[in-house]
Design a protein around this ligand. Structure first.
Ligand SMILES: [Zn+2]
Length: 200
């Protein structure tokens, strides 16, 4: 069972600064991410009563820290040919016919970017689409959405490995989604997109 604390509650813990077991008080504070890159504000954590250093972060704050991690989103906007946007919008109506397709677009894009970022989908799978005739044509339409900074960064690193740029990758993702969701029946993946992508 998780023990929940309130601001002002007291506990004990090991302070790395004082190098001793100390009394602590729970405070709303800023905590560093485990990775050391970045901080999350407004988190309940135990601080050393002697020196004020952060001693521990209770389990109840974990969800909030993840929220902070996923909270920062970056805009991605890519110009694409109109027929490619048509493909994407058709995929969206396949996923949910009772919602405006433009509202589903970010889910589809985030789903694929997150899967590539985490290696659940090999980035190399995008390469086979680069010679598709669907990639050609005037870029007279655009796809625009937000994605978490973390995912965008890791996605970018994966693209570097196979030396393709973001525009090519976004276009290739649309064709991968076409293959996965339109060309063959994939109800499980459709459901996955709706469930998982909102977190990215
Ligand atoms: Zn201390």
């Amino acid at each position: 069972m998780i023990k929940f604390y309130r601001e002002g509650d007291h506990s004990r813990g090991i302070c790395k600064v004082c190098k001793a077991v100390v009394d602590t008080t729970f405070k709303i504070t800023t905590v560093p991410l485990m990775s050391g890159k970045g901080k999350v504000e407004g988190v309940l954590a135990a601080a050393c009563d002697q020196c004020g250093a952060l001693v521990s972060v209770p389990q109840q704050s974990t969800a909030r820290i993840q929220e902070g991690l996923f909270g920062k989103r970056c805009r991605v906007e890519v110009r694409i040919p109109k027929h490619l946007r048509d493909i994407l919008l058709t995929i969206c109506t396949e996923i949910a016919s009772d919602v405006k397709p433009t509202e589903i677009e970010p889910f589809v894009m985030r789903y694929y970017m997150a899967h590539i970022a985490s290696n659940k989908l090999k980035v190399a799978c995008l390469k086979k689409h680069l010679r598709s005739k669907f990639l050609e044509g005037r870029a007279n339409d655009r796809v625009s959405f937000r994605v978490s900074e973390q995912i965008l960064k890791r996605f970018g690193q994966k693209l570097k490995m196979i030396k393709i740029n973001q525009t090519e990758a976004i276009k290739a993702i649309i064709l991968q989604a076409k293959m996965d969701l339109l060309d063959k029946a994939a109800p499980r993946r459709l459901r996955e997109i709706v469930l998982s992508a909102s977190a990215a």
